[in-house]
Design a protein around this ligand. Structure first.
Ligand SMILES: NC(=O)C[C@H](N)C(=O)O
Length: 328
């Protein structure tokens, strides 16, 4: 049987509430052993070892947990007695954490994120089947070399593409630009596509050399926007700003000028879009050369933030950073 490490970080999948038919619950309430005891059948497929990394709602996710998790996954996957890793995680920030690992863990072995939209104490909880499916994906040879995967609601998504798209539905996850890459139905795994952007073992980011991450803030654009949050980010010492612009990454005029001023102070400003799908193109309505902005291809703001944080651990050079957004 393959050896699978299950690393638990918290989330609704480890959540518990007083009533099975009421929406109130606390995330990160049960330990990894309790969580896995709800799916005894995974022990028939694999030798399972559970490990607690954190036990938080993923809205509390932070740099410390990201670094700890990525280093631990890297360490485990280097061992001959570990064939794959499953990470249980809250769904709020799963798209960011999974992309962080997609860019930092050096391994060809399967790395699978899984969460739930209903807590363990809820009627028709989705966590146990999601875990069963995630382990099925982790032991499948076809999952090798595909980068970090996210398994939710019978679907397999690439970490680069996936995003949370609904606040409460069981089918909360989609990959708006490319679609899912596979399906998993009662453990029956089928892949239809493979990610081609660079990831995991092809990535230049080495987690062993990263001990802290630069401050990068996301600013959300709107009609009648102003410069106040740009100025606040500059004052707080941000090294990078991700601007979630309107449409094709467009800032409001006042904000655009303030962002241009931030660039002159050495802050890297990357334009992304609040729309939710599509590319933020260079040479659109914004004169990126004049303002010194970079564009983020089709990454959403939260993923662009992950890549910019990692990029800034290597270089401040705008051309080099721009190239990363076409590579990863
Ligand atoms: N469904 C969930 O997991 C939501 C929860 N707030 C979390 O991200 O931890």
């Amino acid at each position: 049987k393959p050896n699978i490490a299950i690393l638990a970080t918290g989330g609704t999948i480890a959540g518990s509430g007083e009533s099975s038919v009421k929406s109130a619950y606390s995330a990160g309430a049960v330990t990894v052993d309790k969580l896995l005891s709800a799916v005894p059948s995974i022990n028939e497929m694999a030798n399972i070892k559970g490990e607690q990394i954190s036990n938080i709602g993923s809205q509390e996710m932070n740099n410390e947990v990201w670094l700890k998790l990525a280093k631990r996954v890297n360490e485990l996957l280097k061992r001959d007695d570990v064939d794959g890793v499953v990470i249980t995680h809250g769904t709020d920030t799963m798209e960011a954490t999974s992309y962080f690992l997609d860019l930092t863990v050096k391994s060809k072995k399967p790395i699978v994120f899984v969460g739930a939209m209903r807590s363990g104490s809820s009627m028709s909880a989705d966590g146990p089947m999601n875990i069963y499916n995630a382990v099925s994906v982790a032991i499948n040879k076809e999952s090798n070399e595909k980068g970090v995967l996210v398994v939710m609601n019978d679907e397999i998504h690439s970490a680069r593409e996936v995003t949370k798209y609904n606040t409460s539905a069981v089918n909360a996850f989609v990959s708006p630009n490319t679609g899912k890459i596979g399906t998993v139905y009662y453990g029956d795994v089928h892949f239809y596509m493979t990610p081609i952007r660079k990831h995991t073992y092809q990535s230049e980011f080495d987690i062993e050399k990263i001990n802290s991450l630069p401050k990068v803030e996301i600013l959300y654009a709107h009609a009648n926007d102003s410069e106040i949050f740009v100025n606040a980010a500059v004052k707080a010492g941000a090294k990078g700003i991700i601007h979630a612009g309107m449409g094709n990454g467009n800032p409001y005029p006042t904000t655009q000028e303030a962002l241009g001023e931030a660039v002159k102070k050495g802050i890297v400003v990357a334009r992304t879009s609040r729309v939710g799908s599509g590319r933020t193109n260079l040479h659109g309505e914004v004169d990126d050369e004049k303002y010194g902005f970079i564009a983020t291809d089709n990454l959403n703001a939260q993923k662009a933030r992950v890549l910019l944080m990692l990029g800034l651990t290597k270089t401040q050079d705008k051309k080099a950073l721009q190239d990363m957004f076409f590579k990863y």
